[in-house]
Design a protein around this ligand. Structure first.
Ligand SMILES: *Cc1c(COP(=O)(O)O)cnc(C)c1O
Length: 403
């Protein structure tokens, strides 16, 4: 940046669905002198975070921590459990599902894909139908995204589990919870997930560069005979070293300090309160979008995402140009649009370390930007969001006054 580049005062509104804003307390936790990753102090940290992360996945089974972004944990899930040529069932809910499918192709798996129009989540009945047709029980894994970040559609993971069971199919169930974990309810054990894939830079409020595999006994068992090549991502080495709180290679120590703190913060707020906050912010955002007269990309309320809302602009209006104008004028970033809807929508991320007032600021900037960009819309989106939040918070306000 040139010395004369004009400063953008105040906080950047990072309303993309990850990376999300990192709380100051997490930044301070990371700002520590390095320690010996084979020493006793590290072992304590390692053991503590390896246990604590289980509470976020709601599991008592092992969670593996990778020094990699979410994409690395996607790969880890596949290469640790599957063999070349294995059939896997995927649901094309959007851009991230499509990327995971491309990865499966590159690894030499045979992916079969249930299509959607990118405006809904995964349908449990369609998955059960597909599995019932697999009489020889050759499909080795069902791979679904809990929250499709590119469209703002959430899939009913508990119901999909029931559908797989109803079809009597033994496939492993792998779930990408990267943009839903620590933002909305997720239950690795209760939902019978075999591999849950998480990432750091979304609901966990951390910088990018860390990701997770929560692993069931069935997945561990499959890993004993799985033949896809793996080395850095091997669960075996990790699980062996993790027993003492260590890692097979140099771990990202500072990220582990951050994780320790972000998990503590989530429990201080209370996971159920964290989830309620995300649902409130999502509903407020949808009310704003509807009041503007814009269409929400997710077309069926049963799939609404608690973390991301994608708003379609009217035909003839370029959503990328709208995003650029909003960034230049109001210092706010939104998520981009993909695939069949490229340039048609922008995504408002409302996950991580965000509260009611931040959201109202973001929606205010959005309403002003719509006006400046000449996008036909009605006024009153921010008002609709404020009215909803005020009524949703009135119970809490009464309780606070009574204390
Ligand atoms: C962000 C994201 C990914 C990719 O994660 P990276 O950290 O960018 O590698 C995968 N799946 C979902 C659902 C995501 O939101």
């Amino acid at each position: 940046m040139s010395q004369n580049a004009s400063r953008l005062p105040g906080r950047h509104f990072l309303q993309i669905p990850g990376p999300t804003p990192v709380p100051d307390r997490v930044l301070r936790a990371i700002d520590m002198p390095l320690i010996d990753q084979r020493g006793p102090e590290f072992a304590k940290l390692g053991k503590r975070v390896l246990e604590a992360i289980k509470t976020i996945f709601k599991t008592t089974q092992p969670v593996i921590i990778y020094t990699a972004t979410g994409t690395g944990a996607w790969e880890a899930a596949l290469v640790n459990t599957l063999s070349p040529g294995d059939r896997v069932l995927m649901v094309n809910t959007g851009q991230f599902a499509a990327l995971w499918k491309t990865m499966a192709d590159r690894l030499g798996l045979r992916a079969e894909v249930i299509a959607t129009d990118w405006r809904v989540g995964a349908d449990p009945a369609a998955i059960a139908d597909h599995l019932r047709k697999d009489k020889a029980r050759e499909i080795k894994a069902v791979c679904v995204l809990h929250n499709e970040t590119s469209t703002g559609c959430l899939s009913p993971i508990g119901e999909i589990r029931k559908a797989i069971d109803a079809a009597g199919h033994p496939a492993l169930f792998m779930v990408d919870t990267i943009s839903s974990l620590a933002s909305t309810d997720y239950r690795h054990d209760e939902w019978g997930i075999d591999v849950s894939i998480g990432g750091a830079q979304k609901g966990l409020m951390l910088p990018p560069g860390m990701s997770f595999n929560a692993v069931s006994a069935k997945a561990l068992h499959a890993s004993k005979t799985a033949k896809l090549p793996r080395s850095f991502l091997s669960w075996d080495d990790m699980l062996t070293m993790n027993k003492q709180g260590f890692f097979p290679y140099t771990p990202a120590t500072q990220m582990l300090y951050g994780l320790d703190t972000s998990i503590a913060m989530l429990h201080e707020e209370g996971l159920d309160n964290v989830f309620a906050r995300h649902h409130r912010l999502a509903e407020a955002t949808r009310r704003a979008v509807r009041a503007w007269g814009l269409e929400i990309l997710c077309r069926d309320p049963k799939y609404y995402s608690p973390t991301i809302t994608a708003a379609l602009l009217p035909e003839g209006h370029d959503a990328d140009a709208f995003r650029s104008l909003a960034l230049a004028t109001f210092n706010i970033s939104y998520g981009a649009s993909f695939g069949p809807y490229a340039k048609r929508y922008f995504r408002i991320g409302h996950l991580g370390d965000i509260n009611d007032a931040t959201l109202i600021g973001a929606l205010g900037a959005t309403e002003m930007a719509l006006a400046l960009a000449g996008v036909p819309h009605k006024k009153g989106g921010v008002q609709a969001a404020m009215d909803y939040i005020a009524s949703a918070q009135s119970g809490a306000a009464v309780r606070a006054a009574a204390e």
